[in-house]
Design a protein around this ligand. Structure first.
Ligand SMILES: NC(=O)C1=CN([C@@H]2O[C@H](COP(=O)(O)OP(=O)(O)OC[C@H]3O[C@@H](n4cnc5c(N)ncnc54)[C@H](O)[C@@H]3O)[C@@H](O)[C@H]2O)C=CC1
Ligand SMILES: O=C(CO)COP(=O)(O)O
Length: 339
């Protein structure tokens, strides 16, 4: 049995935490919404984030970080990207006080605008400077709604330290979720983060009435763009993007109605504003944050990312969707493979 603190009890946090408890671990959630913590403790439900579903009855929730981290051997971050650095600073304070050195696992998928840092880089900076080996990222085609129903799922767990990746694989795996270790921590994170931007684009195409060919073209060229950024800026391994956190995650997020990014895109394609969509989603739409970092990188490092740039203009510069699609199709001819 491993003592686990799960930071974030939204949809993915509660499902992962409950799954870890089903696997025989001692799980405490930390969340910043008191009513969610109370509901988990009283009824083992989380009706805002996961309707008609029950968590494992041994799980507990608290708004007190010290209590959640008490004796934790593993700390799982399942927060929105924009909350990770804030909470990581608080975690560091608690760990400094107790001297505890838990393994850190991130399930958050994003790139921080401004710093252009991945989640493992934020956790390294804020919690374990010079010890990236203690961080594992999990990412792959996995929606909370599916895992909650024990649908069959495969996810990558990546670390610069093989033993730590294997530890996470052992703790998290069961007979319906299979974890594969991967040594390309950065590549796995880039795949999981940037596919959210492409998923917004996939939703926009559907909202505009385009069909299967358009979707397939977008996903394939989107993967080219993700790979270009991963290899040229982050030094990721190109093969990682043919894996679970590359093409795998891209497929599920660009095609599933469970995807918040895809649903946000569809509404934007139908003419809704980003403000309206974000206010009404009630859950995090990570692509809307990550696209800012991708835009900064594409501009500063001259990385060709036409789809992500078009999404940035539509979301933040009031660009017209139909005009952007026309511009995209009218670009100068180019060879298919260009890194
Ligand atoms: N929902 C899903 O199926 C999947 C989500 N992910 C990733 O997991 C991350 C979290 O996603 P979801 O659980 O879906 O988000 P969500 O929007 O359902 O829940 C976010 C949770 O974080 C909490 N939170 C926000 N700021 C906080 C703070 N400062 N302190 C403490 N708690 C705070 C909220 O109260 C909420 O419980 C995202 O990066 C997402 O891309 C990855 C795979 C699947
Ligand atoms: O990362 C995910 C699926 O693997 C979740 O995607 P959404 O955030 O778009 O729901």
């Amino acid at each position: 049995m491993t003592k686990i603190a799960v930071l974030g009890n939204g949809s993915w946090g509660s499902v992962l935490g409950s799954m870890l408890a089903d696997n025989g671990n001692d799980v405490t959630f930390y969340g910043n919404i008191e009513s969610v913590n109370e509901e988990i403790n009283a009824k083992h439900t989380n009706s805002h984030y996961m309707k008609d579903w029950k968590l494992n009855e041994t799980t507990k929730a608290t708004g007190n970080l010290e209590e959640a981290l008490d004796g934790a051997e593993l700390v799982l971050f399942v927060l929105p990207t924009k909350a990770v650095r804030i909470v990581a600073k608080q975690v560091r304070k608690v760990l400094d006080k107790t001297g505890n050195k838990p393994l850190l696992v991130t399930a958050t998928k994003g790139i921080e605008p401004g710093t252009k840092k991945l989640i493992s880089e934020i956790l390294t900076e804020e919690i374990y400077p010079n010890d990236q080996d203690k961080i594992v990222a999990i990412s792959g085609p996995s929606h909370a709604e599916n895992v909650a129903q024990k649908d069959l799922t495969a996810i990558a767990c990546a670390s610069t330290d093989e033993e730590n990746a294997k530890k996470v694989q052992k703790i998290f795996s069961n007979d319906y979720v299979r974890f594969y270790t991967n040594d390309d921590l950065i590549g796995v994170e880039v795949g999981g983060a940037v596919k959210n931007v492409i998923a917004i684009a996939a939703g926009i195409l559907v909202g505009q009435g385009y069909g299967d060919d358009a979707k397939a073209a977008l996903m394939t060229r989107g993967l080219a763009e993700i790979t270009r950024l991963g290899v040229n800026y982050f030094n990721a391994k190109p093969m990682t993007f043919s894996g679970l956190s590359g093409i795998g995650d891209l497929i599920v997020t660009c095609t599933s109605v469970n995807s918040r990014n895809w649903r946000a895109g569809k509404q934007i394609g139908e003419g809704k504003t980003l403000d309206y969509v974000l206010k009404n989603m009630g859950q995090v739409v990570e692509g809307a944050t990550t696209v800012k970092a991708v835009h900064e990188l594409s501009e500063e490092k001259h990385i060709d990312m036409p789809i992500s740039e078009a999404i940035y203009r539509v979301l933040y510069e009031n660009a017209d969707v139909a005009t952007e699609i026309k511009k995209m199709m009218g670009r100068a001819p180019k060879p298919e493979i260009s890194l």
